[in-house]
Ligand binder design. Structure first.
Ligand code: ZN
Length: 275
């Protein structure tokens, strides 16, 4: 072969070598996806058409109430032959503690139902309860405690009216018992939340409580002490204080204090759902 052909051949060989894969050539890597910049395609939001309202003659669909899955027991203090306090107080003639506790308890019951709670009342003031735990029916706190403990309740509240020799004593008092044999430690924080809700929502006009409409205290009352569920005894005001007494027999105010208690119970149980 002549020189030109050799040169041409060498050129072809060089070209072939250049094209041939070499041992040290790196495999091409697929670039790592950058987590910061790669975005998955957003799924199209599913737009649900509102369901057609159920059609029926004269049928009104109730507003949807979200169930709380919590049962609250409401105990209207006293009742029936037991008037409670009120004699010689600023209550009108014939009005006693039992009338006020029953009225507030019924408003509280409805308010809690409207908020999605299940409720039980120890009595409704009309039908004498059938339960009889010791064969000798006395509608005393022990009977009520036995009744409450026989139910599966998450919280119990007993409604009462206060009385004091000092006519300046006034306002709402929330009593819990911190040393009770509870299945949980809700008693004090629940009482505190109810107190805050009452302060936030209830207009209490008695002069000495203007700055602190309600107070809470650890106490030895039987219901907060003995119920298995966390509970409180709430004295919604003093019949021996002229301003409180006026509030206590006022239906709008009864609704308002019932709403404050319900608001506190709801806030407390809502706070448990959120860690
Ligand atoms: Zn009482």
């Amino acid at each position: 072969m002549d020189r030109n052909m050799r040169n041409a051949l060498a050129g072809i060989m060089a070209l072939l070598l250049a094209l041939a894969p070499t041992g040290c050539s790196k495999e091409e890597k697929t670039p790592e996806p950058d987590a910061q910049t790669v975005t998955a395609a957003e799924p199209e939001p599913v737009v649900l058409e509102p369901a057609e309202p159920a059609v029926g003659i004269g049928r009104v669909m109730p507003a949807v109430v979200v169930k709380k899955n919590r049962t609250i027991c409401i105990d209207p203090g006293h009742g029936f032959y037991d008037n409670g306090t009120g004699e010689g107080s600023y209550f009108p003639e014939g009005v006693y503690e039992k009338h006020v506790t029953l009225a507030v308890a019924k408003f509280l019951n409805q308010n809690l139902i409207d908020r999605g709670f299940d409720t039980i009342m120890t009595h409704n003031g009309e039908d004498i309860p059938e339960y009889d735990w010791d064969g000798n029916w006395i509608f005393n706190p022990n009977e009520r405690i036995a009744f409450i403990n026989a139910q599966e309740v998450d919280y119990a509240v007993s409604i009462h009216v206060n009385a004091a020799g000092n006519p300046d004593a006034c306002g709402v008092r929330i009593y819990y018992n911190d040393n009770s044999y509870k299945w949980n430690d809700w008693a004090e924080p629940a009482a505190e939340t109810i107190k805050e809700a009452i302060d936030d929502t209830v207009e209490i006009t008695a002069p000495t409580t203007a700055d602190d409409p309600s107070t809470m205290a650890d106490s030895n009352f039987a219901i907060p002490r003995e119920t298995h569920a966390a509970s409180s005894l709430i004295e919604v005001g003093f019949c021996t204080n002229v301003v409180d007494a006026e509030n206590l027999v006022n239906e709008e105010w009864q609704k308002s204090v019932a709403n404050g208690i319900a608001e506190g119970i709801e806030r407390f149980f809502d706070s448990l759902e959120k860690p």
